[in-house]
Design a protein around this ligand. Structure first.
Ligand code: 2F8
Ligand code: CA
Length: 194
């Protein structure tokens, strides 16, 4: 095969040089455009995430304010309401239900110690009215932690003691079974996802 040997004229060299310069220039411009686009995308994603996080925090703060202004106290994922006066166990529970909550369910030592701060004879969401001797919380679950006072529950003197109260005691174990018709203070609990 015959190759035609094209001579490298100055005009031809200049053309090649321009082509290389223009190509490099285009590459640089493309790189700048890509870099700016990526930075903008990242910025707008970060800004969006920050706005979502800010809105979620604002919502949580509003919920927190709403409850605390009505006298609820926050502890470990729940709000607690301590009554200013006394009622029977059923009437106390009714009050909690009206507030969109229920009588407190104590499911850990931390929660028991939190509840112990409120000194008085106070109803908790514990009862064995369904089946004598089978103590259940108001949500139908059986006890996983027990903080009965020594000798309790005892259905004292053979009388019906079907409702659980906490007593104002120094000891951690301060639960007692007593008559549901007694009038006590009560604590409502509302689990809130903050
Ligand atoms: O000593 C414990 C005992 O104390 C009281 O009875 C004397 C309580 N009675 C009421 O609360 C009505 C019992 O429940 C308790 O076991
Ligand atoms: Ca008792």
């Amino acid at each position: 095969m015959d190759y035609v040997n094209v001579p490298d004229t100055p005009a031809r060299k200049g053309k090649l040089c321009r082509l290389v310069v223009v190509s490099l220039g285009l590459l640089c411009i493309l790189q700048v455009i890509l870099s700016i686009s990526l930075r903008l995308a990242l910025y707008s994603k970060t800004a969006k995430n920050l706005t979502e996080e800010e809105n979620s925090l604002k919502r949580k703060l509003n919920v927190f304010d709403l409850y605390t202004q009505q006298g609820w106290v926050y502890f470990g994922g729940s709000f607690y309401y301590i009554s200013p006066f006394k009622k029977s166990w059923s009437d106390s529970r009714e009050d909690c239900l009206q507030r969109g909550a229920d009588l407190v369910i104590i499911s850990s030592r931390e929660e028991q110690n939190f509840i112990r701060q409120f000194r008085g004879y106070i109803w908790i969401g514990l009862t064995d009215t369904e089946e004598e001797g089978t103590w259940k919380w108001v949500d139908g679950t059986v006890l996983n932690k027990r903080f009965w006072e020594t000798g309790e529950p005892n259905t004292f003197g053979g009388t019906d003691e079907d409702c659980g109260e906490v007593k104002p005691r120094e000891e951690e174990n301060n639960w007692n079974d007593t008559h549901c018709e007694n009038e006590n203070y009560w604590i409502c609990e509302k689990i809130v996802d903050l």
